[in-house]
Design a protein around this ligand. Structure first.
Ligand code: GLU
Length: 411
């Protein structure tokens, strides 16, 4: 049986808490979610039938600022997963030192089953249920798996019906509607900035490095594109339907075009098919899981041959796999650092909305670069000093900041 998502994040928390000598009371305080909201989302489908879904907003910790985190629309969304993802947001915003707490939400629905009209009704209905607990100073949702800029636009619009114009109530909006230039690429771009730093620290150039990417959604596709721009060789990509392989390197922009046309990476001209298992076990330098959680586990961790695993997805590595990687000397760049570029540019969007002042994309990219490099530097130093994994080091930084804010603020 694979470990539950929440159990995984608790385990990683305790590994760091142990080194910090955190008391049991403090651990309980930092692990207990502040509020768990579970709501009915009932809508009329195009054929007149009523469909009922379950929606969640889990608010884990707000000692460093308003709650922040994405909304996932996916058929596998459940309480355990959303709770785990909310906790990850608490540590993630602390690792990159942006002034937020951590939350996450979602709806257990298969978006592939919904027409655009149905998706809009589901989204608005969900906002009807949660609008009182979100807001620019309370809790700011954003995109995650199954949601995008259009969904965020509907959220802002529906929120406004209750509370008046306030685009800072949600981030990841379309650029034409108070969104930030560069938000969509931000998670993938951050992943690549950090990969570059990690390789450099080990005396390896990104140029010429062979990379496999699992997942070609918003995160995987932008990461692959930027990797290639910096000279990385993207040899394999998989998605939910299959995978493509080319030892000379896939042409990423052309692959994106193929996905826009067909909806899948398979049958990309000039590539060979590859399965998910083959991709995870491929002889590459860098492996980037950029899809769902739990994909690297006790069953397949021994097969991994990459030297660097970059967790673009949330929670892709379970504790059994993590232990194997540590023993084998594989560097794992943990999710709470690796994919923090997204929430970092969400922060820039929120700042711009609040100041009614628009930044150029170049400024967004420069500030993202600075924050990611600073966070990497801090985590790398702690890992060296304490002789711990990058994951434990990131948790030490995150828990330390949240813990200090909690103590200074008082309960
Ligand atoms: N869903 C993204 C994450 O897991 C982004 C969250 C945000 O921008 O608030 O980090």
């Amino acid at each position: 049986m694979s470990t539950s998502s929440y159990e995984t994040t608790r385990r990683y928390f305790h590994e760091a808490a142990e080194l910090m000598d955190l008391t049991p009371n403090m651990r309980r305080l930092l692990l207990t979610p502040e509020r768990e909201l579970k709501v009915q989302v009932a809508v009329e489908r195009d054929n007149g039938e009523i469909a009922t879904y379950i929606g969640y907003r889990m608010q884990h910790n707000k000692s460093r600022g308003p709650l922040k985190g994405g909304l996932r629309f996916h058929h596998e969304v459940n309480e355990d997963e959303v709770l785990a993802l909310a906790a990850l947001m608490t540590w993630k915003t602390a690792v990159v030192n942006i002034p937020y707490g951590g939350a996450k939400g979602g709806i257990s629905v298969d978006v592939r089953d919904l027409t655009p009209g149905e998706l809009e009704r589901v989204t608005r209905r969900f906002v009807d249920e949660i609008h009182d607990v979100i807001g620019p100073d309370k809790d700011i949702p954003a995109p995650d798996m199954g949601t995008n800029a259009q969904v965020m636009a509907w959220i802002a619009n529906q929120y406004q019906k209750f509370h008046g114009f306030n685009p800072a109530c949600v981030t990841g909006k379309p650029v034409e509607l108070h969104g930030a230039a560069g938000r969509e690429e931000a998670t993938g771009r951050g992943v690549v900035i950090l990969t570059r730093e990690l390789l450099a620290r080990n005396g390896v150039e990104l140029e010429g490095a062979r990379v496999a990417v699992q997942g070609f959604g918003n995160v995987g596709s932008h990461a692959a594109r930027y990797l290639q721009e910096l000279g990385g060789v993207v040899v394999g990509v998989t998605d939910a339907y299959g995978g493509v392989w080319n030892p000379e390197g896939l042409d990423v922009p052309a692959l994106s075009g193929h996905v826009s046309d067909t909806g899948k990476v398979v049958d990309f001209p000039g590539s060979d098919p590859v399965t998910n298992e083959e991709l995870l076990a491929a002889d590459v330098d860098v492996l980037i899981p950029a899809a769902i959680g739990g994909v690297l586990n006790g069953e397949n961790a021994d097969d991994v041959r990459a030297k660097y695993v970059i967790e673009a997805a949330n929670n892709p590595t379970d504790p059994a796999a993590d232990a194997v990687f540590e023993k084998k000397g594989i560097f794992v760049l943990p999710d709470i650092l690796a994919n923090a570029g997204g929430v970092t540019v969400s922060y820039f969007e929120w700042v711009q909305n609040r100041q009614h002042f628009k930044w150029e994309q170049a400024r967004v990219r420069d500030e993202l670069e600075r924050i990611m490099v600073d966070a990497f530097e801090r985590v790398w130093q702690i890992a060296k000093e304490k002789r711990v994994s990058l994951r434990t080091a990131a948790y030490l930084v995150g828990i330390g900041r949240v813990g200090r804010a909690t103590v200074m603020g008082g309960i």
